[in-house]
Every structure is written in C-alpha cells, then in structure tokens.
Design a protein around this ligand. Structure first.
Ligand SMILES: Cc1cc2nc3c(=O)[nH]c(=O)nc-3n(C[C@H](O)[C@H](O)[C@H](O)COP(=O)(O)OP(=O)(O)OC[C@H]3O[C@@H](n4cnc5c(N)ncnc54)[C@H](O)[C@@H]3O)c2cc1C
Length: 476
C-alpha cells in the first residue's frame, strides 16, 4: 500500500491502530471458512468518526475494504478476496447503555455476544439468538450476517431485535437508521436493509437492540430414533401440535458417531436423535415437556429422556456444539469443511430434506454429517474430506450443488443463518435470480465505487473453489 496512504491512516488511528506486518495481514486473511486471501493492511478503529475518515480515504483511492467482527463466519464473507483493508471492529466492543424501562440496549458493533448477555443478565434480560459461536461472535457481525442459532425457532433471528443502528457509508457519511422505539413505521426500514448485508453496504458501528426477558426455568428432552426421517417427522409433529420449543437440535448417525468417538460417548448410539428444550414458567415447562414426550413416543422414538438436571443438559448442549470439531477427528487426514452448511427448508419438509441429503452424500461418496436447528427448518451439512485431494473437492462441490438444488426445490433457501459470502454465492444467485437486479441497484446507490467487501454475493463470478486455505495446489 502506498506510503502516503498509510501515513494518513496513522494520523487517524495512531501507530497502534493499524498493522502492515506480514504476520498480521496473513492472519486477517482467514475467517472460519475454507477460504483465504492476504489483505494489504489491518486497521482497528476506535470510534464511528475514525471509521468515517478511513472510509473517505478508501473511497477516494478505490481501496477495497472489508469490515470484520471476530472472523467466525463460515462462508468466507470476511475474507478480503480483493486485498485492500480489513477493518477489525474488535476495539469498539462496549455495551453503551441499557435502558430497561424502554426495552433497549445500545452496543458498539464489536461487542461480543456473551459479553452483552453477561451485562443484560444483571437486569433479567437477554439477547436470545444464541449462535454456536457465542463466545466470540460480535453483534456487528451478527447483524451483518443476520445470524441466529438454537433459539431462533421461539425468539427469532438477529434482524428481529434490531431497532436501529449507526453505519458509515462508502463515502464516509455517518447514517443513523431506525429508532429506539419498539414500533416504527417511518418509511423504508433502512436498519433492516443492513441486516444480512455482509459488509457490502456500510460499516455498522453502533446498534440498538430490543430487550427480551429471560425465562424463569428450562428443561430438556432427548429422543432417539430408528431413522433420520422419523426424527424429522417428530420435529414437524411437535410444531404442528402446536408447541414451539425453545430449541430443537437434530443429529444424524454421522454426527452422533463423530461426537461419541471424540467426546467419550455422551449420546445414545442410534441412527438419529433430537434434543428439545422448553423454557418459561415452571408449570408451562412441565406441560411442554410431557407433550413433547408423548409426541416423540407416538412417532416411535426408541428412547425418550426428559430432564431438569442442569449438568445433563449442559452435557447434551456441549455434545451438539462439538459436531464440527468432532467430525474433523473422525478420519486421520480428513477435515470437516463448510460448503453447504446452513440451508433452511419449510419445517414440514425437514424429513424429505434430511433423507435427500443422505442419499446425495451416498451418491457422491462423501461423508456428510446432517444436524441443526431443525424446528426452524435450518439444517447443517458438514462434509468430511481430504483437503489436499482435488477429486475429493470436486465430488464435494457436485454433492453440494445437488444439496442446494434439492433445498430450493423443497421451497427452502441456501442459507438460513450464516450468510452467502463466497461458498454459497453461485447458488444464492440461482435461488434469488428475480431480485438480483434490485440488489445490484441498491449496491450501486450505496457504494458506487464498489469498495465495500467487493466480489462476493451477487458479484461472485466463476467457480466457488479458488483461494482455498488448504494447500490443494489446483485450488489455491
Ligand atoms: C463454531 C461456530 C459455530 C457457529 N454457530 C453459528 C450459529 O449457531 N448461528 C449462526 O448464525 N452462525 C454461527 N456461526 C457463524 C458465525 O459465528 C456468525 O455468522 C457470526 O454472526 C459472525 O460474527 P463475527 O463477529 O465473527 O463476524 P465476521 O465473521 O467477522 O463477519 C461476518 C460478516 O459480517 C461483516 N461484518 C462484521 N462486522 C461488521 C460491521 N461492524 N459492519 C458491517 N459488516 C460487518 C463481515 O464483513 C462479514 O461479511 C458459527 C461459527 C462457528 C465458527
């Protein structure tokens, strides 16, 4: 990067506020996806005003700029595929103000999910989206990805809590969108537009989130099944009862085996299982747990284990959260990769989707673990492959294309919570063909010089497999 530009950046953020060292730049070329590319500079702003000044420099000099929270994204959305600036928001990490009476909290974008909830717990509230990455993910990253997690079925996704936000446009203009009121019908909902924008429309610096009260108590139930189809049927039957669980995690045989092998058998040995959670007032939780038990038995569950024991619940939750890492330990030299990792289908289509994903993995001879937040229709398929073998990648991508096609055919979407980034860009373009021209028009209006996270989503061209983080020479 030109020395005069670095000099200007240093004047804004100080000597400690940026790095051009190769070690830092290389490290910031990763997120939690399969991709990598080294940026030219990493900048850590401390205020909205500093972000604004940096944006002016980037816009003037046509330098790509990629906002970054904690880099836990799984689809490459924070990988600086065109080089340029990585804008690390981790120094803007404060809870600014909690207004209990008005039901909102103001946070800086780099505030970590668990840190926010630790603060809200003091007042009896919580922000319930619960991503698996809660220890690290930032609220800005969650808004930009419209992230959610285990509790979305009952409480909703990040988008549903955003009352307003401050963001910086590509030209450096600071915009305050939305309100601090629970209701707002004042024209275009610009704050909502930034939800799921993946750093392509502006840099979010502050967010106002709506508060939700913490439930008094909770309990869980684990049911095991003869087939993954039955597990899926049980999820649909519970929802149609109607009963909305606080969470509902489904795991197939591959996921269960992987976890049992690496974590010392915390789960029953079966073809498929679901772990359900009920929360709320004690009497309600009791009633829901009984209803869930009856429904699971009526579907033919092999075992049904309800519990209030916090240790048991924590062990199941931890087992479920360890699928991704456990999978990587299943076969020496193989690793679990995120290609088709968070499709969502209408809830009633869960049995069809999980069955189809298994058939597709058999057809392409790839090991696929299917698991996820099934009650909101959101399923993960992590693929186990040898990342140095081109043939493995080729079969993996062929399987993924078919998984996405099946998902769209069932009326679903290629991404329910992680976002599009790179890995889902081509299939997103297929799925959302009818809105692509509108998306391009919005992007052009907000970022005419195309400096904000360029080359992703609707702009991705060519095959998905390039810039892999693994030394598979054909795809590096
Ligand atoms: C183990 C593990 C479990 C996970 N479980 C879940 C889960 O259950 N549910 C789920 O939804 N996701 C999950 N994820 C994915 C990921 O954690 C979420 O997408 C999360 O929201 C990313 O937050 P982040 O701060 O790491 O953002 P990053 O990965 O740094 O960035 C994500 C996107 O947001 C943009 N961005 C970041 N900050 C800003 C900002 N301030 N302004 C504008 N754009 C910005 C980036 O440019 C990028 O496009 C998981 C990831 C891992 C590694």
């Amino acid at each position: 990067m030109d020395a005069s530009i670095i000099e200007r950046i240093e004047k804004i953020v100080g000597k400690d506020g940026y790095s051009v060292s190769i070690a830092d730049r290389y490290t910031y070329g990763f997120d939690a996806s399969i991709f990598h590319n080294t940026p030219d500079i990493v900048i850590q702003p401390k205020s909205t005003e500093e972000v604004s000044e940096i944006m002016k420099i980037a816009n003037e000099n046509l330098i790509p700029i990629v906002p970054r929270g904690a880099g836990t994204g799984l689809c490459g959305s924070a990988v600086p595929i065109k080089g340029g600036i990585v804008l690390d928001m981790s120094k803007m990490n404060k809870v600014i103000e909690v207004s209990v009476g008005d039901l909102w909290v103001d946070v800086q974008a780099g505030c970590i999910y668990n840190a926010l909830n630790a603060e809200l717990a003091k007042y009896g509230f919580f922000f319930p989206c619960s991503p698996g990455s809660a220890e690290a993910a930032t609220i800005g990253g969650m808004v930009a990805a419209n992230a959610s997690g285990m509790k979305a079925v009952k409480y909703g996704a990040t988008r549903d809590f955003v009352l307003g936000l401050t963001f910086v446009k590509a030209d450096g203009e600071i915009v305050r969108a939305g309100t601090k009121t629970i209701k707002d019908s004042s024209g275009y909902q610009l704050a909502r537009l930034l939800c799921g924008s993946e750093g392509t429309l502006g840099v979010i610096t502050e967010i106002t989130l709506m508060l939700t009260t913490k439930p008094k108590t909770s309990a869980s139930l684990l049911a095991s099944f003869k087939t993954v189809y039955d597990a899926g049927r049980c999820v649909s039957a519970i929802m149609a009862h109607p009963l909305i669980p606080a969470s509902c995690e489904l795991m197939d045989k591959v996921s269960i085996n992987a976890v049992n092998k690496s974590q010392g058998n915390p789960l029953p040995d079966c073809e498929a299982l679901i772990i359900l959670e009920a929360d709320g007032e004690p009497e309600q939780v009791d009633r829901d747990l009984k209803t869930m038990e009856e429904i699971a038995k009526s579907i033919g569950a092999l075992t049904v284990t309800p519990t209030y024991d916090k240790k048991q619940i924590a062990a199941w939750t931890s087992a479920r959260k360890s699928v991704m890492t456990s999978l990587s330990q299943l076969k020496p030299g193989f690793t679990s990769v995120s290609l088709a990792d968070d499709m969502a289908v209408p809830i009633s289509k869960i049995p069809d989707a999980v069955t189809a994903y298994q058939q597709i993995s058999d057809k392409y001879r790839v090991t696929v673990a299917t698991y996820g937040h099934a009650a909101d229709g959101n399923l993960h398929t992590k693929m186990l492959l040898d990342p140095l073998d081109k043939d493995e990648w080729d079969r993996g991508v062929a399987a993924v294309t078919e998984i996405f096609d099946k998902t769209i055919e069932l009326g679903g979407t290629v991404t329910g919570e992680h976002g599009v980034g790179i890995s889902k860009a081509l299939d997103f373009q297929k799925e959302r063909a009818s809105v692509l021209s509108s998306i391009r028009a919005i992007k052009k209006a907000m970022d005419p010089n195309n400096i904000l996270n360029p080359g992703k989503l609707e702009q991705w061209e060519g095959p998905i497999l390039r810039n892999l983080r693994y030394p598979c020479k054909e795809y590096m």
